[in-house]
Design a protein around this ligand. Structure first.
Ligand code: HEM
Length: 148
């Protein structure tokens, strides 16, 4: 995987801020899209309180991105978050769908402005976040099964 550069983090932080101002409802909108794109995701979030979930997700994403950009510690925060996600029965492949839908939403919001360069910066940063979260999860001892 290529390295996340300071430039990518600047670009991603700025674009998240812009996305939030373009779409103040970005939180609920993201989860609506996620659930509509995948039955699997619908099942995952079925019993979750969606009134608070989008705020928790976006606040955390913002904190992580700013820490990464400002070169402040973020690894153990992400690994702990990963561990929590094991409790929520989140599997490795769920991160892939989650990221793909997030990128889709950005494309919807930015249109042609979401060009290859902006997309690449987002992919690098998101993959880094996913990779560190997953490194906090010990899948070898985990038995993750879902009713559906
Ligand atoms: C960028 C990656 C992610 C971040 C920053 C993130 C952030 C968060 C945060 C902050 C919480 C609330 C934790 C708490 O207060 O206990 C949470 C809960 C949750 N997340 Fe994530 N998450 C990420 C990826 C994912 C993925 C890939 C999935 C699965 C598709 C997922 C599904 C969930 C679920 C099901 C909950 C539990 C909600 C509940 O039961 O109340 N998250 N996430």
């Amino acid at each position: 995987m290529s390295t996340v550069l300071k430039k990518d983090l600047e670009v991603v932080c700025n674009s998240l801020e812009k996305a939030r101002s373009l779409a103040p409802d970005i939180g609920p909108r993201f989860y609506r899209l996620l659930i509509s794109e995948s039955m699997e995701m619908k099942a995952v979030f079925d019993s979750v309180n969606m009134k608070t979930q989008h705020t928790r997700f976006f606040s955390m994403l913002n904190i992580i991105l700013i820490r990464m950009r400002d070169q402040r510690p973020f690894i153990s925060l992400l690994q702990d978050l990963g561990k929590q996600h094991l409790k929520y029965r989140i599997r490795g492949e769920d991160f892939v769908i989650f990221q793909a839908v997030f990128l889709k939403l950005l494309h919807e919001l930015f249109g042609s402005e979401f060009d290859e360069s902006l997309r690449n910066s987002w992919v690098l940063v998101f993959e880094k976040i996913n990779q560190i979260m997953r490194s906090g999860i010990d899948y070898s001892t985990a038995k993750i099964s879902r009713a559906n």
